[in-house]
Design a protein around this ligand. Structure first.
Ligand code: MF3
Ligand code: CO
Ligand code: CO
Length: 249
């Protein structure tokens, strides 16, 4: 077991999977508007994945009932699309994992519904910034803890907290491979990074503290204090040069 190094040929397929995930996420993002039900976004995801020859990896995963995770406001991750109606000012995390030709792509964005508060905008910017800070440390020879620490420092230095009970992960033929990638940690610790590693980095950042609670549906993870939370995720491949973001169009 351990961390699985991918060949160039395998990364070529992961690039295709990643592009599909990014394409569908971009489409979903454009459809988000006040008054729509979150299950309408799920239906669009199902339709577009099929059109592109890919398959949702979430549907049926440990019994998860939908094609993607949709988490609103104080929901952090793993929200189930359904009858909830999006309202002006909400923030919505869309987290999509799909497989194509045997390989997975996994990405998430958090977007505003209509006009959102300055506080919400700042949270989104900081969380996306934390993801970029993590990606910027992902070079061969660095350590896994360098990624974790970069994400944590980016968020905490701006007064936010990072969720501790859920992590990023290796990704490849499986949605979740080794290693787990915490969004907090110490630089210079953990496994040494190598070319060919493919990782899903996914900071979850709260305005309040980092504690979570689980909803009665046993899936939706919320902030314990009811504060807003945002989530951004990319699948990346480590190269000798800059890390390659696979989940882009
Ligand atoms: N996309 C999630 C991740 O980032 C996992 C999906 S959980 C599922 O790891 F239950 F929806 F599959
Ligand atoms: Co994801
Ligand atoms: Co993930």
């Amino acid at each position: 077991m351990g961390i699985i190094i991918k060949s160039d040929r395998e990364i070529t397929i992961m690039r295709q999977a990643g592009r599909i995930v990014a394409t569908v996420l971009e489409m979903l993002t454009k459809q988000v508007r006040p008054g729509m039900k979150t299950k309408e976004l799920d239906a669009i995801a199902a339709r577009e994945l099929e059109r592109l020859g890919a398959k949702s990896s979430s549907k049926g995963y440990h019994g998860f009932p939908a094609n993607l995770c949709i988490s609103v406001n104080d929901e952090i991750v793993h929200g189930i699309p359904g009858e909830r109606i999006l309202e002006e000012g909400d923030i919505v995390s869309l987290d999509l994992t799909a497989s194509f030709n045997g390989f997975q792509g996994d990405a998430a964005v958090t977007v505003g519904v209509g006009e959102i508060s300055p506080q919400a905008k700042e949270l989104l910017g900081t969380t996306e910034g934390a993801l970029k800070a993590g990606i910027a440390t992902a070079y061969p020879g660095a350590r896994l803890g360098d990624i974790s620490a970069a994400i944590q420092n980016h968020a905490e230095s701006r007064g936010y907290s990072v969720v501790r009970e859920y992590t990023g992960h290796g990704i490849g033929r499986e949605m979740h491979e080794e290693p787990q990638i915490a969004n907090f940690g110490l630089p210079g610790t953990g496994p040494v990074l190598k070319k060919g590693m493919t990782l899903a980095l996914e900071p979850m950042v709260n305005i309040g503290d980092w504690h979570t609670r689980l909803a009665d549906d046993h899936w939706t993870v919320l902030t314990a204090d009811g504060s807003l939370s945002a989530h951004f995720e990319h699948t990346i491949a480590l190269t000798d040069a800059e890390p390659e973001v696979l989940t882009i169009v």
